[in-house]
Design a protein around this ligand. Sequence first.
Ligand code: AP5
Length: 187
Amino acid sequence: MALAERVVLLGAPGSGKGTQAERLAQRCGYEVISTGVRLRKEVESGSPLGKQVAAVMASGKLVADELMIALVKSVLNELNAGQRFILDGFPRTIAQATALHGVLAELRSPLDRVIYLEVPEEELVRRLVARGRQDDDEAVVRERLRVFAEATSPLVAWYEERSLLRRVFGLGPVAEVTGRIVQALEL
Ligand code: AP5
């Protein structure tokens, strides 16, 4: 069975996007493009971009669309033709989704699947507070969830209208969730 080649992993903070993206990379050969991981590296290295975004990230709000779109555009332009990829944490707004659509149309490689990882809110909070990353303080977690509901959740309908969306239940053992995602990636 053929698998989707160009994939977006959509889900609230703590839904398991990063965990699952890495497992899918190992299992199916995807290149993972994680905007959160890239931004945290910029912050750690103290680069100009890192300095620009550190406070916004620590507050749980979103980094400006223009910065994120430029970042992802340059990564996509550098991928080898035909490389499978998973976007983790991008797009997060309708503006980002529209820009992504345009970039991929120019590259003649449109998205072929969007996976929406669904996890109940109380479990999201439990996972994140237990992890304890710098932005996992309970008040910041609540803000990240609010921002997700306001800015990112409209993407569910946006991708549903384009017949790209598959919903995957994200509760349960990590390996079981991976199995459900792989099924949802079958074309
Ligand atoms: P980002 O790093 O993308 O954070 P996030 O979306 O809040 O996601 P998390 O990493 O917290 O969760 P996840 O869904 O990846 O779950 P994970 O696998 O880690 O973004 C951080 C910040 O960067 C944003 O707030 C924003 O400021 C900025 N940013 C990034 N992209 C941006 C963009 N496009 N536009 C604007 N700003 C942007 O798992 C979470 C925990 O749960 C882990 O401890 C894991 O071990 C555990 N877990 C995973 N799966 C399971 C399971 N099945 N059962 C039990 N525990 C599990």
